[in-house]
Write a protein that binds this ligand. Sequence first.
Ligand SMILES: [Fe+2]
Ligand SMILES: [Fe+2]
Length: 360
Amino acid sequence: MSWLFPWRRRRQPPEKVRPDIRQAAPEPATETSGELFLDAEAAQRPIDLSGELEAGAPPPDRGRALQAEVEGLLAKSTGVAERALLTELRRGLRRGGLQLPPMPQVILRVHRLISSGDFNMQDVARQIELDPALATKMVGIANSPFYAGMEPAQSVRDSIVRIGMLETRNILMAIMMHSRVFRVPGFEELTQELWEHALAASVTTRSLAAQVGTDPELAFLAGLVHDVGRAVILSCAGDVRRHSRGQLQPDPLVLEGVMEFLHAQLGAIVTDSWHLGEDLATAIVHHHDPAGAPEPVRRFASLLAVGDELAKQLLRSREEGPPDEEILAARIALLGLPPELAGDIFAEASEEFEELGKVL
Ligand SMILES: [Fe+2]
Ligand SMILES: [Fe+2]
């Protein structure tokens, strides 16, 4: 829990302000359309994203819904490479054999331990130590300027103390996403962009979460995995190219269209397979359509949608300089946050992005 470790943030976060969501936020000029917080009661309700899927409550059949979407696209598509990609996706979904990025056992066990609430630090450290490469990376990250304390962390246990338990889980996930999920041979540039966007969305969503009273570490996790469906589609495109000996390669615009249309549903299927919880999966399905999210998750889907928008601004600002504060203010107004917080939220996220990017 990062608030127990004040040295983690070198920069003081902006003062927390509870949004008064009963004061109507101005209609912002944004691509993320629709009303996000639909009523005051919904916005105040706590949301629990920490649990595993409830026993006896099967998740919605996302595979079937996605299959219908793929069929719809196939019916309209004419390009040979595009049809080959969609056919490959359909084949995987029909057989239930879509190649989803596996969650390494060590990370799954750490996640389960932390989610169970029944663990001690030594249990978590022992799991991480089973993977020496991961253990070394963790200690290195704990000793990086972003987290560094007075004394160097010399063990995985020291590192967990320094980083915090929930953040340890997120750092492990980030290492896994960077080193395994966002690595698709033949699509290096696109996957690097996906990784940068994921990291940016993690820090923007976390900064926003701290302001609206949502668990910041769960927000970080959501930002990290929200577009993982894109990586699966790229991986499928890689398979098509390999099977056709390089003959079939969807045009980048076509690929972007397929990803845009399918990645949210597919992302939820991946996080289901990683047991990250039904609420998180539902928020991912609706991260481009938060107003369409079912009531208990709408607030979190909205947070993720705004985090996603700020992440795009953050990455753009690295090339083009700081964004117009009015644009940022319009984005955060969707969460009922006052405009004066926009600059601080953005600056905090930008600094975290640069520093975490160096160590991950
Ligand atoms: Fe997305
Ligand atoms: Fe995104």
